[in-house]
Write a protein that binds this ligand. Structure first.
Ligand code: CTP
Length: 400
């Protein structure tokens, strides 16, 4: 998403400037071209040499440097985005009032690209009416603010005022300016993770699904311009893209209910959740005690509704539905059967026989088969990369 993008970073005087070292590294690693401007006081917090080395570009501070003149207009026009991070209370006040007393401010005033700021200051300064007024002025001039975070501050106090973390800043830039368009204006429903079927207040029937593949798919869809709803079973995961609507469920029945609600608006449905096929006939309200004489415990189970098959049955002409098939034997035959029986558009075969693939791993190996017979076997890759392949596959299917 950031490959070839030109990011101009302005650093002002704040202890949070140390985080920019990692930020520059993240941006460069993602393929962005980075140039850095610092104010004189920023140099008290971080060395220009480090930033110069990481960005592979000279760090600029002054409008004139010995016999050369830093062309602030050209810098503002070069950039796809001008990011000021950290933004101190002092520089915020200058931005709000158009004060031009250094190179950074000259670039700000002449920038034709979007300007994004990541403020950092102590809580009392952040909450001061003058700061609030300055934020309002700057925002009404079109400056984009990355929300400030709560936590331990340089003063030793705890509260609001921390600059957003570098990963959050990168995600903000991608979300606001650099999303792709493969699924633009499409609403996508993704399901992820396991379901837990309660036996009693203590025990449940679950499975090993980590949710990683489903989360990666939801993020890949979002990064290609889609509106995404992600319904997830119990996992330890979260998405750093707050724009993805996250719906938490526990049981297969709750997943069914939420799918029926969310599927109405969805043009694309990707059913990645590992849904329990059976659930206890009865959920006991008290913990089931160990029998004194019984050496076996037989637990009556009932079949859950096959959500994917139901969605396939209700599918409208404008919907595209992709399912997953987790197989341990006769993989192709079994997944083709699921594709046909559930009346869906494509199925992703996931074989537990492939090394480094499936539950818990960060990598996976999949084959995608469409109802028209198009079959694509992907190499062993990270789940993030495979999620991009899945999005590309679906977008090509929609265009075909
Ligand atoms: N699925 C579903 N509802 C269920 C069971 C499965 O929607 N009650 C969906 C899964 O999300 C997946 C697809 O059906 O997209 C296939 O799931 P899988 O577990 O591979 O197969 P099953 O249909 O459950 O059949 P089996 O367990 O016999 O392989």
């Amino acid at each position: 998403m950031l490959k070839g993008k030109k990011i101009l970073i302005g650093i002002t005087g704040s202890i949070a400037a140390y985080k920019v070292i990692y930020l520059v590294r993240l941006l460069v690693k993602s393929g962005a071209e980075v140039k850095v401007i610092m104010t004189a006081s920023a140099k008290n917090f971080v060395s220009p040499l480090v930033l110069e080395t990481l960005s592979k570009n000279a760090v600029l501070e002054n409008l004139t440097e010995s016999s050369t003149w830093a062309n602030h207009v050209a810098l503002g026009r070069w950039a796809d985005v001008f990011l000021i991070a950290p933004l101190s209370a002092n520089s915020l006040a200058k931005i709000a009032n158009g004060i031009c007393d250094n190179l950074l401010m000259a670039v700000y005033l002449s920038a034709t690209c979007p300007v994004v700021v990541a403020p950092a200051m102590d809580e009392d300064m952040w909450l001061h009416p003058a700061t609030k007024r300055n934020i309002q002025h700057a925002a009404s001039d079109g400056v984009h603010f990355i929300p400030i975070e709560n936590g331990e501050l340089a003063s030793g106090l705890v509260g609001e005022g921390r600059m957003a973390e570098p990963e959050t800043i990168v995600n903000f830039l991608i979300s606001q300016f650099f999303r792709g368009t493969l699924l633009k204006n499409k609403t996508v429903l993704v399901t992820a993770g396991p379901t837990y079927e309660p036996i009693d207040p203590v025990r449940f029937i679950g499975n090993h699904s980590s949710g990683k593949m489903g989360f990666a798919i939801a993020e890949a869809c979002y990064l290609e311009g889609a509106n995404v709803v992600l319904i997830t079973g119990p996992t330890a995961l979260y998405s750093s893209f707050k724009e993805i609507k996250l719906v938490h469920i526990t049981t297969a029945n709750e997943l069914l209910e939420q799918c029926m609600i969310e599927a109405r608006q969805a043009q694309i449905i990707i059913m990645n959740a590992a849904v329990a096929d059976y659930t206890p006939l009865k959920k006991e309200t008290q913990k089931i005690k160990k029998g004194k004489n019984e050496s076996e415990w037989l637990l009556p189970l009932v079949k859950t509704i096959d959500i994917l098959a139901l969605l396939g049955k209700q599918k409208t002409a404008h919907q595209y539905i992709m399912g997953f098939a987790l197989e341990t034997e006769q993989e192709l035959k079994n997944s083709l059967e699921k594709l046909n029986v559930k009346k869906i558009d494509s199925i992703v075969l996931n074989s537990l026989n492939d090394a480094q693939a499936g539950f818990g791993y960060d990598t996976n190996q999949i084959t995608i088969i469409s109802k028209n017979g198009r079959t694509e076997k992907m190499a062993l890759k990270s789940k993030t990369e495979l999620a991009k392949d899945i999005v590309l596959y679906i977008s090509e299917e929609l265009d075909a």
